[in-house]
Design a protein. Structure first.
Length: 236
């Protein structure tokens, strides 16, 4: 398991078998990882926090088998297992409270349109289907939108482990057998401020008065998604 130390050495509870489920690897390592990450974050040690995340992914999660739990199709509401996605998978886990902005969705739509014939692009919301926020974002037909209501899911134990492990949003890259290739965090373009009435609002990615800002954040998201896609293509 990961242990916090001033040096960059960690102790890992590594798998002893060739085959291990993602949820088991998480269960074996996540508790101390969260403790250590919290310490790093409280110290505002960004480098240490990133090191801990990279160590967890590289030494414990890469090569594990992502669990085949139930998800629900957003359009139909029908339940299906992840195994129904037969191509390599680009899986983004998110929630309505950390909704992607318009430039990120446009970038994902453009990449999925180009590579949708060889990769399954899936956006997984940890939420209820009737949340009105889910209907506000427009994804194209190359992206599958699914959701998981933890209170109603039959695989609730696995879902709980996966949902509450790495934070949101997270990007999980898999081959066509759901072997984890890599896990990345969502990129965060630099925030800009603009005046609204007498106040300055922070965190507006796409102010209506700034087309340039949309372009700049689009490029950041596009480059990050293409990098992840290349990682998948290099491992299939």
């Amino acid at each position: 398991m990961l242990s916090y130390a001033q040096s960059n050495r960690v102790s890992l509870n590594l798998p002893t078998e060739d085959f291990q489920f993602f949820s088991d690897a998480i269960a074996n390592n996540i508790r101390l990882y969260k403790v250590n990450s919290q310490v790093a974050n409280e110290k505002e040690d960004v480098e240490r926090a990133q090191f801990l995340f990279d160590s967890l992914v590289n030494n414990c999660l890469k090569g594990t088998h992502f669990d085949n739990f139930l998800v629900n199709d957003y359009k139909s509401g029908q339940a299906k297992y992840l195994e129904t996605f037969t191509k390599p998978i680009y899986l983004k886990t998110t929630a309505t409270w950390c909704e992607p902005n318009d430039s990120e969705i446009q970038a994902l739509n453009d990449v999925a349109k180009e590579f949708g014939d060889v990769i399954d692009f899936v956006v997984l919301y940890w939420d209820k289907r009737n949340n009105p926020e889910l209907s506000k974002k427009v994804y194209n037909s190359n992206i599958s939108i699914v959701y998981v209501d933890e209170l109603e899911n039959y695989n609730s134990a696995i879902v709980h482990t996966v949902k509450h492990s790495l934070g949101m949003p997270s990007i999980i890259l898999m081959d066509n057998e759901r072997t984890v290739i890599d896990i990345t965090k969502n990129v965060s373009p630099i925030f800009t401020s603009h005046k609204e009435s007498e106040f300055v609002k922070y965190g507006e990615f796409n102010p209506s008065t700034s087309k340039d800002h949309f372009v700049n954040t689009y490029n950041t998201y596009f480059d990050a998604i293409v990098k992840d896609v290349n990682t998948i293509l290099q491992n299939i």
